[in-house]
Design a protein around this ligand. Structure first.
Ligand SMILES: CC(C)(COP(=O)(O)OP(=O)(O)OC[C@H]1O[C@@H](n2cnc3c(N)ncnc32)[C@H](O)[C@@H]1OP(=O)(O)O)[C@@H](O)C(=O)NCCC(=O)NCCS
Length: 179
């Protein structure tokens, strides 16, 4: 658990190696470097944000989390979200996910969707906290190990935590805020 300060910034191509280190440390079936590079440089729908901060006992900042998401017209698709194990439970994952929702709202997306391993209680807990609800299951969707995917969605797209929604509709004039 950490309460260390961090900031969220857009990823740049020179962060690829650090992002891949985190990807490989956090996922049993990680994306390849080529796939991640395409997200950073070649995919018009992709957005990548990183969390930068100091690990406990260290003075230099490093990459402690990242989030790759797509905004495809009206739909926000949360893809890969990961936080360095030693820095978890400090709100970094939530902040990265909320940033994606904020950007989606800003770009007039009206719905968010994601897939998550059925056994991944941490991620499902995070997404539920933001208002996502499970809508279906894809049988044996994941490999290494083979596992079902739970599909979760957030409709309409709102910035909220703990179901205390600040409802923000893309065409409305409301402000975006997290509680
Ligand atoms: C999922 C992950 C990104 C969460 O990051 P994090 O920075 O630890 O999450 P946060 O501290 O922002 O937690 C936000 C909320 O998520 C839920 N949550 C987070 N970790 C949890 C856990 N281990 N068990 C249950 N709920 C958890 C809680 O509701 C938490 O709110 P709370 O702290 O007020 O209880 C992180 O565990 C991770 O990198 N896991 C490996 C990669 C992964 O599975 N990514 C998701 C793929 S879909």
């Amino acid at each position: 658990m950490t309460e260390a300060p961090f900031r969220i910034v857009p990823a740049t191509a020179d962060m690829l190696t650090d992002i891949m280190q985190l990807e490989e440390a956090c996922f049993s079936a990680p994306w390849t470097r080529k796939m991640m590079e395409a997200e950073l440089t070649g995919n018009q729908f992709a957005h990548v944000r990183v969390a930068v901060g100091c690990e406990e006992g260290k003075t230099a900042e490093s990459l402690i989390g990242y989030h790759c998401f797509w905004i495809v017209f009206e739909e926000l698709r949360l893809m890969n979200l990961a936080v360095r194990p030693s820095m978890r439970r400090g709100g970094i994952g939530q902040a990265l996910a909320l940033e994606a929702v904020r950007i989606g709202v800003g770009l007039a997306a009206s719905r968010a969707v994601l897939e998550v391993r059925a056994s991944n209680e941490a991620a499902q807990g995070l997404y539920r906290k933001l208002g996502f609800v499970p809508i279906s299951t894809r049988r044996q969707y994941y490999t290494n190990p083979i596992e079902d995917a739970v599909i979760m969605e957030l409709v309409p797209l709102v910035v909220s935590v703990n179901a205390q929604a600040s409802r923000v509709f893309p065409t409305g004039g409301g402000s975006v805020s997290a509680h």
